[in-house]
Write a protein that binds this ligand. Sequence first.
Ligand code: NAD
Length: 439
Amino acid sequence: MKTSSDLLHFSPARFIGFLKTENIRRFYLALDEHSGRLIPSHPQLQVLADYFSDDKRDFMQHEGLFVQLSRKYDTLLGAFIHRTRRGQAAGGVRYWTYDSMEDYFRDGLRLAKGMGRKNALAGLWWGGGKGVMARNPAVDKNNPQIRAELYREYGEFMTSLQGCYVTAEDVGTSVEDMAHIFSKTRFTTCIPPELGGSGNPSIPTARGVVRGMEAALKFTGSGTLEGKTIAVQGMGHVAEPLIGFLFEKGAGKVIACDIDPRLVENVGANFAEQNFEARVVKRHDLSFLSTPCDILAPCATGAILNPRTIPTIKAKIVCGAANNQLEDAVRDGRLIHEQGVVYVPDFLANRMGIVNCANEQYGYINHDPLIEQHLSENWEYSVYQTTLRVLAESKEKDEPTAAVAVRQADELAQQEHPLFGHRGFRIIQSLVENRWQDQ
Ligand code: NAD
């Protein structure tokens, strides 16, 4: 019998070898409502179920983890479901290389929880989940044939899960991959626009970030964006429209940086008429974060707010699109709070990515009210109002904004869908009753 430590230290390749020896093609760890613990599909995996049931860091009563071994290419196809009270679990599928099975499981648990919180805080009638595909480094990830096969199989996997999780695009996954998924299941969003999908979310995401900034300015009594200096880290898909919106709102100056000199040149040329400064930086050089400015907008990579960078920040407000900006949500959330910097939590400011695609199947309307309400000033769950609510509670209780946002999100995640109730969990229970693992 393998111990949890054996299995968790295995690389995905070695774990796949173990699954093959045990004749396991599919397995799950599903929540038992009464004990609050995970129950495995196979006795050989009891050690994993026990390990994660006792985990205080990343496990938070996740309703189900489903994993299937691909027919070819030794790739793990996973669906991690956090909560389905507000609706089916929704979140993107990540195609990533993992060193160990512990990394794989923890990434899935954390990302699924993050989506549950992002969706709930956004007032979406969706639960939280995440797809995680453990890439086999021996397989050419750029081979279109292989990708097509893998993503079609992921689509079949989605169909087998009967809709407890609805997938979407994420890091390492493209819109073409989503079309392959869609060819095998109805349980996906973010498909190409020519198949009825919602298209690139970057512009709505940038608009959401602007609303977060405006709320933070209002809350701090700093007026509007007019005349303000904003430093934008990254000049990619979200940052470029963001810079445009900031100038439209009357920003006094925008300073931006990227590691890609071509992008710096191109975006720089687009804003040549404005008070715009663009810099090329080195990948690990984070000195840009100490740029003197009113608002710092991280729009590149995660984990950039940490004990090394936070003390150098000169901005009063940090509000950007990048995911997981705090290297350690608790430690760095507190650090930035104690420094008196108003941090708009990333999962609040960047929600428009999921908002844009989550309700694709309900069709489209010009100036879609389902989308626009998130960007409005008055809707209770808009980015603007939610930011004001989080900042007010943070001030009142002298607590980091990240912690307040998580608490508000966790409260909202307890509400049940007005029509479908806690149906996602009933689906998971049906899968267990039907012996999904044997099909
Ligand atoms: P992108 O890849 O188009 O842009 C990111 C840019 O950051 C790239 O141009 C890259 O060269 C640059 N970069 C990387 N490291 C850097 C560094 N150290 N310093 C400066 N620049 C650096 O990605 P995007 O779609 O614009 O997304 C930006 C961030 O927002 C990501 O963290 C993404 O996960 C998050 N996000 C995006 C959306 C969306 O709608 N696209 C939605 C939610 C969250």
